[in-house]
Design a protein around this ligand. Sequence first.
Ligand SMILES: NC(=O)c1ccc[n+]([C@@H]2O[C@H](COP(=O)([O-])OP(=O)(O)OC[C@H]3O[C@@H](n4cnc5c(N)ncnc54)[C@H](OP(=O)(O)O)[C@@H]3O)[C@@H](O)[C@H]2O)c1
Length: 346
Amino acid sequence: MGSIKVAINGFGTIGKRVADAVDAQPDMEVAGVTKTGPSFGCDLAAKKGFPLYCTSDSEQMISSFENSGYDCRGGISDLLGIADIVVDCAPGKLGSQNIEKYREIGIKHIFQGGEKHSLTEMSYTSCANHEENLNADCSRVVSCNTTGLSRTLVPLFNHCGSLRVECTMIRRAADPGDSNKGPINAIKPVLKVPSHHGPDLMTVAPGISINSLAVAVPTTIMHVHSIVADLPDGHGLSTESIIQLWRDTPRVIVMHGEENRITSTAEVMELARDIGRKWGDLHEIFVWQDGVKLDGNRLYYFQAIHQESDVIPENIDCIRAMMGTESDWKKSVSITDGAIDRYYSL
Ligand SMILES: NC(=O)c1ccc[n+]([C@@H]2O[C@H](COP(=O)([O-])OP(=O)(O)OC[C@H]3O[C@@H](n4cnc5c(N)ncnc54)[C@H](OP(=O)(O)O)[C@@H]3O)[C@@H](O)[C@H]2O)c1
């Protein structure tokens, strides 16, 4: 088939990153992106040459873009009419409204982790269930936290055949560009126990038994996970071989914190800026080597998640799975990551 035409509905934190990642791919193109109305983000779409559409079909809203000097090609229905698939990057919980439009038009659709699994009955991470998503009509790329858990726990599960996990998600309070959330000087436990993050992993890797607690802390740059995993008898692993397993896993970086002087999320994000992707993004999950310890059957480790960007390459692999153009997840990951890195090195 020719280039896959991808509509991106919602051009905010996730949408603008997905648009760039699609633009980077050899087998995809950006059919268009949407905004609710004129705002500074429209300038980015114009600069990149991404056709701009309105999230609604209201003539009044469409003309508000023109009145502010932006070239708006039409409403969401116009965009969906020219695309092969839509990646919904609207704020969480709008899915039940948007899905009606996608079904009516009959376009394949991908939601993000702000929606529940029950909306799509299918969820996605590249390493866990790419094959299940082949030719699917709809799916949901799980949240940044669940994607992070999947990256390190799925290879362990594949080796061991079973896994029981308890983890605590130390969550950033807000994204850096967000002024509406907190806390700004408190540690806020999520008083829904267990939190949804761990159990959400079972929507893509049902064999992993996992529970989680979560706390929000006053930082904007990353989440950190503190993970305790019980391996079955006879696992045959050591601390060193687990570290090697993760080194061999795509989209996981393992580094010695003390030796490399990278002992907190501040230095991890500085490393990300050195890598040179736009917005200082880190698509990989970061594991501190000296924070990994296998004690008998019990494994302890910490990992850091760049919440705004780890799900971006997963969206690209999910598009390939749903369009049925690449059935091997590792090949898709290699195409996706290679294309993104070439795009930003130009
Ligand atoms: N941010 C993260 O760290 C993160 C990480 C992983 C997953 N997610 C998930 O990704 C999704 C998007 O989050 P986000 O952080 O990118 O949100 P965001 O920054 O608030 O961006 C949302 C975008 O959607 C647009 N929008 C508003 N109403 C819409 C509608 N009815 N239909 C389509 N688009 C609409 C907004 O338009 P305007 O710009 O005109 O307001 C904005 O461009 C959520 O499900 C979230 O849970 C977020």
